[in-house]
Ligand binder design. Structure first.
Ligand SMILES: NC(=O)c1ccc[n+]([C@@H]2O[C@H](COP(=O)([O-])OP(=O)(O)OC[C@H]3O[C@@H](n4cnc5c(N)ncnc54)[C@H](OP(=O)(O)O)[C@@H]3O)[C@@H](O)[C@H]2O)c1
Length: 327
């Protein structure tokens, strides 16, 4: 099968298209013919091997998994003898966090990993990025933000993979949602259901008269200190982008003051919790309250272009790779 091979850390040119043996499913695994895989911001960070601490998990001197990619959507081709929940022909999607391998025509994943049947009302392309944007934002809104009807939620970076999902999920839970994005994405964020939209090129949300119960900074460009005055008395600032300042803010705010700074590494949660979140996400999708936003679709062979685009930090929603074998 065709696959993208990665043998070093660095710029997008490290990726090489190659032909490798098609995997076969072990007794507890399913073999999936991939129709779409996601190219995420996390993929591009892992590609660089920075921050170095991340290499403890993905390989110290070179990637331990030669085939990159975690998010996928496709069709089950065959299943191992012990598999009970899936059969050949099932449409599935998910995230193969431990062994990756989704920048390819086929991947095998354990039945008990983050994999589920594809809801009928979304496409493979939409689904490929759902575990990155959707599950992460659900984790932040539900587990860190304790989202409730009527809560005032501000989503900074409302046009990214995490942000486009967050606007819709927060609306699903009955929050009053303010989305922050640049001029070109204002109409999209309205269409996703935001009650208020702030163009960050025109206005600084920390300087208006409004305050928010939850500020979810999906792109990590505003600090807890920046946002403190824009939070309500027991407000929460949460960001998926961890740096030393946020780490310090989390430690200090966990002891002092009513306003809290929070972070979570969603991919490091126990698989059982990610699967719980995915089941909730599927209910939201099936209720018609969450669609996937796909910015660009590249062929598998054009992975270098896809990474160069995501590197720029201005994608709208998700970027997807499509193997040519997929119909
Ligand atoms: N902790 C976790 O569990 C976890 C999980 C998944 C991802 N992440 C991280 O989450 C971050 C977000 O990922 P993503 O894929 O959603 O987005 P991304 O690719 O990092 O960001 C793209 C979006 O951010 C917007 N943006 C850029 N600068 C902005 C600014 N100053 N203010 C507001 N919006 C701005 C861009 O809109 P414009 O083009 O209009 O500027 C674009 O739509 C990444 O750093 C990723 O590594 C963390």
């Amino acid at each position: 099968m065709k696959a993208i091979i990665t043998t070093a850390y660095g710029s997008p040119e490290i990726f090489k298209v190659d032909n490798v043996a098609k995997p076969t499913a072990k007794p507890n695994e399913i073999l999936i013919r991939i129709h779409a895989s996601s190219v995420t911001k996390a993929d591009t960070m892992m590609r660089t091997g920075k921050p170095y601490i991340g290499r403890l998990m993905i390989g110290l001197t070179k990637p331990k998994n030669p085939i990159w990619g975690t998010g996928f959507a496709g069709v089950v081709e065959s299943v191992g003898a012990e598999v009970t929940q899936f059969k050949a022909g099932d449409k599935v999607f998910g995230e193969n966090i431990d062994t990756m391998g989704t920048y390819a025509e086929y991947v095998t994943v354990p039945e008990d990993c983050v994999v589920a049947h594809l809801p009928e009302n979304i496409s493979f392309e939409e689904a490929a990025g759902m575990c990155d944007g959707g599950v992460t934002s659900l984790n932040f809104l539900l587990n860190l933000g304790n989202i409730k009807p009527g809560m005032k939620v501000l989503i900074n970076g409302a046009s990214g993979a995490l942000g486009t999902a967050a606007v819709q999920i927060a609306k699903h839970f009955g929050a009053e949602v303010t989305g922050v994005c640049s001029t070109k994405n204002v109409s999209l964020v309205w269409e996703l259901g935001a009650d208020h939209v702030i163009d960050y090129t025109q206005h600084d949300f920390t300087e208006n008269e409004n305050s928010y119960d939850l500020i979810y900074d999906t792109v990590g460009v505003r600090s807890f200190a920046d946002c403190r005055d824009a939070l309500t008395e027991y407000g929460v600032y949460a960001s998926p982008v961890l740096g030393m300042p946020l780490l310090g803010d989390m430690m200090v705010s966990s002891v002092f003051g009513n306003k809290k700074a929070k972070f979570s590494a969603t991919g490091a949660l126990p698989a059982k919790e990610i699967k719980r979140l995915l089941a909730i996400l599927i209910e939201i999708i099936e209720a018609g309250n969450l669609i996937g936003i796909v910015d660009r679709t590249y062929s598998l062979e054009d992975v270098v272009d896809a990474h160069e685009y995501v590197d720029k930090g201005h994608k709208t929603g998700n970027v997807v790779l499509k193997p040519s074998v997929a119909a």
